[in-house]
Design a protein around this ligand. Structure first.
Ligand SMILES: *Cc1c(COP(=O)(O)O)cnc(C)c1O
Length: 474
């Protein structure tokens, strides 16, 4: 029978903070004594609370208390000295996964970041004149070349871009927007809320499924600041539907001498159709149709860093650049470096399947995924711990891009007699680097379309670990 140990006895066994500070265990950590003391105090307090609330392990004896506390403090120190933000293997099949950081950057963009990160750079200086420069100059000519727009700038993200455009051009003015386009994007981006924050007054026009040109026309008055069109990124309205076309809206806006602002969301700088992917609106085509201002994300289809790209007519862009809010939403040098390098890849679009990870993953053939899967299965070898199969699967672009289109893919499905698929998923998340799969039909799925070519070795080692095998030899 277990001895009944009173909480008071356990509390008495807790060493003082001073005693704990003296432990030789802390010598290997380079941490200021004051911060070490804070950590120890907090861990002692947590421990005390658990005893008071009678939540320690039942078998806890006074003699164990010090050792357990020291271990807990050490775990805290370990956590402090290892980076929390770390690479993970994306086996969800969702190429632009917002929770996993959206677009993995190209080699060119990574190099651009590294080149300037630890040095000074010409972010805001004109090297030929020595005068103060403007940070957007570094990307404006590329944006012009690729989209045909007269001018452009970038801000923190596309949500910021929409906010800034509406605040500059439509504050205290009315903005007609279709009831079918009042988008909510994940993470609390709701078009009506953003419009309100910008100071623009939203005028809903049309109905959810149909908005005709005349609905917009009837909503326009001398109070109107712009017409807003929003790409329904993450949903589609199907069936009995109608939407005024972009060129009709351009004509209508220009008849009233107001701009047409188009929030494109993803913004496929190159038409995906050339790689047999479904069509997303292309900025260049929209500018050609006469759209005055376009906004889109840098880290969705463009495959670059987080940024909100604003391009359009010079007169409007100049007003936007002068808005004090622009200063609050500006990007840092690392973003300019990465976006510039990413945009430069589009100068030679035929090479994008090789140079840009997002396009590489999108265009990878199912045959390639098949051989990747087969190779993983071969290297893991047979195991008593689980059964693995190569299965047909579907992939998605993600981040509200091409929401209805699924891309054919292949997945490894893992089934274990002794462990639930959720347990397997958890074990893979705890691997280093973590591997993020999903559970479906009572199986664990590792979808290969979003796994980068050099990451299959991590999947092999994680599965071998679960199988209880040594890593390394086949
Ligand atoms: C994704 C998206 C946004 C938000 O863009 P972020 O870059 O994530 O801030 C805004 N509007 C539309 C239509 C979108 O698809």
């Amino acid at each position: 029978m277990a001895l009944k140990i009173s909480p008071a006895e356990l509390l008495r066994a807790i060493p003082s903070v001073q005693e704990l500070l003296q432990s030789p265990r802390w010598q290997e950590y380079s941490i200021h004594p004051r911060l070490l003391k804070t950590i120890i105090q907090e861990e002692v307090e947590n421990f005390r609370q658990r005893i008071v609330l009678r939540r320690p392990a039942r078998s806890l004896r006074p003699g164990d208390v010090e050792g357990i506390l020291l271990d807990q403090i050490q775990q805290k120190l370990e956590a402090l000295t290892t980076p929390r933000l770390q690479p993970v293997v994306n086996a969800t099949g969702i190429i632009l996964h917002t929770n996993l950081g959206r677009a993995p950057l190209s080699a060119a963009a990574q190099e651009a970041i590294l080149t300037i990160a630890g040095r000074y750079c010409n972010l805001e200086i004109e090297l030929y004149s020595g005068k103060r420069g403007e940070r957007n100059q570094h990307i404006e000519s590329l944006l012009h070349l690729l989209t045909g727009a007269e001018a452009g700038l970038i801000v923190n993200n596309n949500a910021a871009a929409v906010l800034l455009v509406l605040n500059t051009l439509c504050r205290r003015k009315e903005v007609p927007v279709s009831r079918g386009e009042l988008v909510e994007i994940g993470g609390a981006f709701r078009m009506p809320d953003v419009m309100k924050m910008s100071g623009a007054r939203m005028v809903e026009v049309g109905t959810t499924n149909k908005t005709h040109l005349r609905d917009y026309r009837e909503a326009i008055s001398e109070r109107t600041g712009a017409i807003l069109k929003v790409h329904p990124s993450n949903y589609r309205i199907l069936g009995f539907t109608a939407q005024a076309t972009v060129s009709e809206l351009v004509d209508l806006a220009h008849q009233h001498e107001i701009p047409l602002v188009y929030d494109m969301g993803s913004g496929a700088i190159e038409d995906l159709g050339q790689w047999e992917a479904p069509h997303e609106p292309v900025p260049r085509e929209m500018i050609k149709m006469g759209v005055d201002i376009l906004t889109f994300s840098g880290d969705k289809l463009p495959g670059g860093p987080q940024a909100g790209v604003i391009v359009g007519k010079k007169a409007y862009i100049q007003r936007i650049k002068k808005n004090p809010l622009t200063r609050a939403l500006r990007c840092d040098k690392l973003t300019y470096a990465a976006l510039e390098a990413t945009l430069r890849l589009y100068v030679n679009p035929a090479q994008l399947p090789k140079t840009l990870p997002v396009v590489e993953m999108l265009t990878r053939s199912v045959a390639e995924l098949d051989s990747m899967g087969k190779e993983i299965i071969r290297q893991v070898g047979s195991s008593a711990a689980f059964k693995m199969e190569l299965t047909e699967a579907e992939s998605q672009m993600g981040s509200g891009t091409l929401p209805l289109e699924s891309i054919p893919s292949r997945a490894l499905t893992v089934r274990s007699a002794s462990r639930s698929p959720h347990k397997l998923a958890e074990m893979l998340r705890k691997h280093s680097p973590p591997i993020i799969g999903y559970v479906k039909d009572d199986l664990l799925w590792l979808n290969l379309r979003s796994v980068l070519p050099d990451e299959s070795a991590h999947i092999v080692s994680a599965l071998r670990e679960i199988a209880g095998k040594k890593i390394g030899k086949n």
